[in-house]
Structure formats: C-alpha cells, structure tokens
Write a protein that binds this ligand. Structure first.
Ligand code: ATP
Ligand code: MG
Length: 413
C-alpha cells in the first residue's frame, strides 16, 4: 500500500474527547474513527489488524473442532422471552418504523438462538458433542463507554457454544477451550491470566476470565506470584499480600482487562428451549452447554495499551497491519518504487511511504506512530552503499543491509 494513496492520514494531536491511550493512539494514527461514544469505525489500517486477529482466532477455534457459522443480529423477542432476558438493561430494541412495539433485540449474545437451531439437529447422544462459533457484531447499551475499544456499545465478538451429553464431556472441552484461549492471546502478544470469576448473567456457577494486566483495566484481580492462580476481586477470598490457597505463594493485587470469558451453562438454556437428546439407554436428557467469548476490539485495544511508547504504537508482528514500512528520502523514489515492487512480488506486506511532500522528520514520526514492526529507509546515503537502512520499531539500533539481500531474502526478523 502506498501511503500517498491511503484513505486516512495521521494527526499530530490526540483527540480531545478520548481519555484512554488506546483510543488516542488508534484515532491519531488513523486505525479507527469514533462515530459516537462506544461506536467506532475500523478504518483500513485498523481493519487489517482486526483481520489478523480474526485469522488467529479462526485457526485456534477450528483446531478444537469449532465450526464457524453466522447468526442474525436481529434476535426475535420470543427467543429472549424463553429465558426471561428480553428486559435486560443492556439491550437495544429494534423496531420497524411503523410498528408500535419492538419484536427484535439487536443481538447482545446468542445462547438462545443457537440452542433453538441445535434443537432441530440434535436428538440422540450420537449427535453430540459439537461446537460452533461466529465472529459478529454485538450490541450492548453500555453505560460506561469511555475506554475506547475496550468497551464499545457496538463491538466485535467471537462467541463459541458447545453442546455435550454429559457434564464430564463438557468439562473436558472446557479445558480444551482454555488452552486455545491462552494460545490466541499469546499469539497476539498478550499474557493472559486464567481467573476464577462470578457467575454473571448466564449461570450461577463460577466462570473463568482471561485477564491481561494493565492499569487501564476495569477489573481488579488477585494473583499468586508463584503459581499464577488468580481470582477476580468480585468473588475472591484472597487478599493483597496474603497467601495463595493453592501453593502458599504471595498474592498481589492488579488492575486488568478481561479479554475473554468462558462459561459453564449447565442445562439452563437447553431446559428453557427444550433441547433434549436420547441417551444410550433410551432416556431423554437435557443437553449440557458451555459458551465462550472473546472481544476482538477489546483485544486490539489492549494490545495498543500495552505496546506503545511516547511516539506511538508498537504492533507485535503477528497482528501488525503491515510488516514493513518502506521510506524514501531525498528524491530516491525511483529506487524506492523498485524495491517496493520486489517486496510485493515476494508477497511481503509493505506500507510504502512514497510521499514527496513530507520531510524525513515527518516520515519517521509517522512510521513510529503507526507502529509497523520493521522500518526500511532508502536515502542517497544508503544507496551509496547499495544498501537500505533497517530498524525495528521500539529499538534504537539501525543497520545497513544490502539492497540485494532485502530484495531476495524477506525473512528479516
Ligand atoms: P464485561 O464484564 O467487561 O462487561 P462481560 O462479562 O459482560 O464483559 P461477556 O458477555 O463475557 O462480557 O463477553 C465476552 C467477551 O466480549 C468479553 O470477555 C470481552 O472480551 C468482550 N466484551 C464484552 N463486552 C464488551 C464491550 N462492551 N466492548 C468490547 N468488548 C466487550
Ligand atoms: Mg465477563
């Protein structure tokens, strides 16, 4: 992509109406546009990051047997009535202009919808287990939409649902999802703590959250410094400076962001929507369910909160919008064009700063703000050595690499 053609531009100043670092940086750098409080557009650069995250999530969900599908955003009132969730406060109602009453809610979760769909296909223990997920916009009228991408009123979620013939089978799968979640967050550059949490809206039993330590977080958790056992403060019996129940290690208190959440649902939804199966002895039983969420925008915002410095974003390579930013200085566009072409031919993801009306200082500042992992600079000085200058974002050292090498060998990291 040529920067001279890119739809968006960087801004020198942070937006005045944003308090959180993720929103300030992502808006300044042109990754997102704020349409309203808690409502954001992903601009081309931001959408590339979301697509990278989506690809990682898909790989890990498919690896544990998740089958991707896509459910409606307009959720019929009768679904929510079946579990008494029509009147929850976070819901947005959707009403036709000429109708007096809303018949739909804008989907804020999909347990009811998928459970009813499943009841068409599941009748025997032979149909179980199965799991299915979607990546879709959720709508919640959040009262505290102040933390940029961390809390949207409209936000992207991956929601996985699993269906089982027994509690034991469910628990085995729950552990698989736990492993997949740690992998997803790790691949995105985040260390997540598996945290015991409250039942929430969905279930009376405990749930688990994946918490990433960050001062901006709305959650407070207690973590054992030795074995990393963690509990959400809302339900915890631990105390700051106290001893861990599991290993006797010292417990500390931390602020954190919940990037994922997994829930045992038992038979709550399958009873409400009458999803039964016939077991091996011919008895009718209710199907056991779990649900598992990840907020894609929140994940992206959390990465921005953790990976930045005073000059801008510092994307982990795995989710960076581009791997390289190629900069030409002092009328070296011809050589720049050539190298850009060579890199494209090799399938490299390159953002090419070919702008001729910008100073070196402006180009370097933009490269830092955008946070692209590897900066390549061509200037009369580097060309004298038949080289290009290479620098990793977040590091100070630069090195000269022969143009030929860059053209031929892409894996520079
Ligand atoms: P929270 O406790 O932060 O309000 P929640 O427990 O209601 O979230 P879930 O229903 O468990 O959220 O949603 C699954 C995941 O979706 C969360 O772990 C989080 O990553 C993401 N998520 C939830 N609400 C939002 C939101 N308003 N904006 C962005 N992401 C969200
Ligand atoms: Mg939660």
């Amino acid at each position: 992509m040529r920067l001279s053609q890119l739809f968006t531009r960087t801004e020198k100043e942070a937006p005045k109406d944003e308090a959180s670092v993720n929103a300030q940086l992502l808006e300044r750098a042109g990754f997102v546009y704020k349409n309203n409080s808690g409502i954001y557009t992903y601009l081309p650069l931001g959408w590339r990051v979301i697509n990278k995250i989506t690809a990682i999530i898909r790989e890990e969900m498919n690896a544990i047997g998740g089958q991707e599908m896509f459910m409606p955003a307009l959720v019929d009132k009768r679904y929510m009535d079946s579990t008494g969730r029509w009147d929850v406060e976070v819901a947005f109602e959707a009403k036709g202009k000429k109708e007096n009453e809303a018949r739909f809610t804008l989907g804020w979760t999909h347990e009811e919808v998928i459970t009813e769909i499943a009841s068409k296909y599941i009748s025997s223990y032979k149909d179980l287990p199965f799991s299915s997920y979607q990546i879709q916009t959720k709508f919640r009228n959040e009262p505290r939409a102040k933390s940029g991408l961390l809390r949207g009123r409209e936000f992207l979620m991956k929601d996985l649902y699993s269906f089982h013939a027994s509690e034991e089978d469910f628990l085995r799968y729950y552990e698989k999802v736990r492993g997949a979640y740690h992998k997803i967050f790790e691949r995105c550059g985040l260390k997540s703590f598996y945290t015991l949490a409250a039942g929430g809206d969905f279930t009376a039993s405990n749930t688990h959250e994946f918490q990433v330590l960050a001062p901006v977080g709305e959650d407070t958790i207690f973590i054992c410094s030795k074995c990393e056992y963690a509990e959400n403060k809302e339900i915890s019996s631990l105390a700051n400076g106290g001893l861990c129940l599991k290993c006797g290690g010292k417990v500390r208190e931390e602020k954190s962001v919940e990037v994922g959440n997994i829930f045992p649902l038992g038979t709550k939804y399958t009873e409400a929507l009458n999803l039964q199966f016939t077991d091996e002895r011919g008895n009718k039983e209710f199907v056991v369910m779990g649900s598992y969420g990840i907020g894609l925008g929140r994940l992206m915002g959390t990465v921005a909160e953790i990976y930045h410095d005073k000059n801008g974003l510092i994307w982990p390579e795995s989710i960076a919008p581009y791997k390289f930013i190629l900069i030409t200085l002092d009328h070296t566009k011809e050589e720049g064009d050539k190298l850009y072409q060579k890199l494209l031919e090799q399938g490299a993801e390159v953002l090419y700063d070919d702008r001729e009306d910008k100073t070196a200082g402006e180009k370097f500042a933009d490269a830092d703000l955008l946070g692209i992992p590897i900066r390549l600079v061509i200037s009369p000085k580097t060309l004298k050595e038949k080289s290009v200058e290479m620098k990793m974002r977040g590091k100070k050292v630069t090195e000269l690499t022969k143009l030929k090498e860059v053209e031929e060998k892409l894996d520079l990291s």
